[in-house]
Write a protein that binds this ligand. Structure first.
Ligand SMILES: [Fe+2]
Ligand SMILES: [Fe+2]
Length: 165
């Protein structure tokens, strides 16, 4: 995805988050198969940003909420790391971690908490949250079917913000 459309603009919008230890630590957590939580979240954030711009929605919230939507920060295969079903637990864990990391807008909170709808019960209350929910499902499908490896997107980040592969 070299020469990705508006990628520098996207990076400017999330550079403080990309530079944080919490977001960088997602590179150490596998999410879908061998796709890391970081690469998946970057993929969701960038596609959500582009789609939200195209649809004239709040693309800042889409980018930032998309990047933080899976910031749950535990090994999802470790049953002792969370009390219940991962599908329900991880959006709440991500929301708690994201709140500690940055001031979240209401839309960003909505995006994180509702991104597993309709599997989880919290439904989107904004167009941006519904969009990121859809994009997350699309990205997960592309990753699980090995149609796209989002690590390619990481290669476009400025060196100062790119975690080690
Ligand atoms: Fe998720
Ligand atoms: Fe996700």
């Amino acid at each position: 995805m070299r020469n990705s459309v508006n990628f520098p603009h996207f990076v400017n919008m999330v550079d403080d988050l990309l530079d944080s230890d919490q977001v960088q630590s997602m590179t150490r957590l596998n999410h879908h198969g061998k796709v890391t939580c970081f690469d998946h979240s970057l993929f969701v954030a960038y596609l959500s940003f582009r789609a939200a711009r195209f649809l004239k929605l709040d693309y800042r919230a889409a980018a930032r909420g998309g990047l933080l939507h899976d910031l749950y920060l535990y090994n999802n295969r470790d049953k002792s790391a969370h009390p219940g079903w991962q599908c329900f637990d991880h959006p709440v864990a991500a929301w708690r971690n994201a709140r500690k990391l940055t001031d979240l807008s209401r839309k960003e909170e909505d995006i994180i908490l509702s991104h597993m709808w309709p599997l989880a019960r919290t439904r989107p209350h904004s167009k941006e949250a519904a969009l990121v929910d859809f994009v997350d499902t699309l990205c997960a499908t592309l990753e699980l079917c090995r149609i796209y490896r989002p690590i390619r997107l990481r290669a476009n980040l400025p060196a100062a913000l790119a975690p080690a592969a």
